[in-house]
Design a protein around this ligand. Sequence first.
Ligand code: ZN
Length: 467
Amino acid sequence: MKGTAMPEQKILLRNIYHLVSGANAARQRGVDLLVEGPQIAAVGKDLAAPGARVIDASTKLVMPGLVNTHHHMYQTLQRNVPAVQNAKLFDWLIALYEIWRHLGPDAIRVSTTLACAELLKTGCTTTADHHYVFPEGVTQDLIGLQFEAAARLGMRFCATRGSMSRGKREGGLPPDSVVQDEETILRSSEELIVAHHDARPFSMKHLALAPCSPFSVSDGAMRDAAALARKHKVKLHTHLAETKDEEAFCLETHGCRPLGLMERYGWLGEDVWYAHGVHFDDAELRLLASTKTGVAHCPTSNMRLGSGIARVPEMRALGVPVGLAVDGSASNDSSDMLGELRSCLMLHRVLGGAGAITAEQVLELGTVGGARLLGWPEVGTLEPGKAADIALVEMDRLDYAGALSDPLAAVIFSGCSHEVHTVIVNGKVVVEEGRVLGVDERALRHEANRIARQMLERAGHDTRWMM
Ligand code: ZN
């Protein structure tokens, strides 16, 4: 097993085949890029860098690391479960809650490691995760375990402390054994902010508050989260306008649409980003734009669960901040971030035609768009002074052959594997020749399969095909 990725003093990417320093920046060929400490020091021809580790980039596309703005990493252990392969969101949730009741610290550690490893291998350098299942009797700091796992792999990580306070007893969807009372949620949230949130430039750890959704959280918990987040200047996140069932639930229970409800709770502004936002109407899109409230667009999940198509091209035109996200692994069912860019490109052409969205626009959503939602302004472009979060894609490959008249578009339009060659996060190499350095991939696979099997068995699922 290789050890944890060690800090590099200086890294020189030599003779870059195709440098994409940002979605809208001029592309460059034959330049070098120098990394010093956590940041990019210089970009130019024939840079002198005595003592630097030199990486030959003469066949590589070099682009900003991707940013994933919404995930549920624990779900990597319940992907593709036959009982819910063809279920829509509410039925899917009700069935899976019965498995998630058995979540423990080992499952959290292993699933976070697994999801981060997949994200890194597909060019993602910064990720959020929305963890909201805290089963009765589990006393360990599950969010702390997530930060440890991400740090071991060297990934920039925004944990969002999720919560559910409206169980079946209160007319909500989740079983009562996975919901917590408002006081416990508030206390734990504040402890986690104090322990983990680091707002300094080049920080590797952010914490945001993320009550799960209008149909699993009480009014008090939504209001408490907003007040606490603003007291500590951290961000707010939740699921919103994902399905028509959610809309019907809000109309029946609260007498208003989902965004109207969130407005009542004080959940609008630059410090808020919602996952999905599929079913916003015209007035709601204008409200999001005028308040700079953000949306994490999850194209694969929306297709997988049949939730609908978010109005992303219109959001972009209006100025709504939008990022991209893979969403939970049980509704994707992968953590393939480069693949998510492709899904985004394709999905919007179904409704809007071939001109609905371009490869550059999709890259923008997947880089600076996401970094803005998560509050990392130094992330998302490759310029001197910005974070050295970089993905290198080998372009001398069979599946890109013939596609190189536009190398950036090639990695989104073409390719039968979305795995990249090298990944650098905050100035450290964390993926080398396609291998994640912070973990033994074989041991990780075996452990993940073992725990997944155990959890499914306890919930009475058929596990006869599992390794
Ligand atoms: Zn989600």
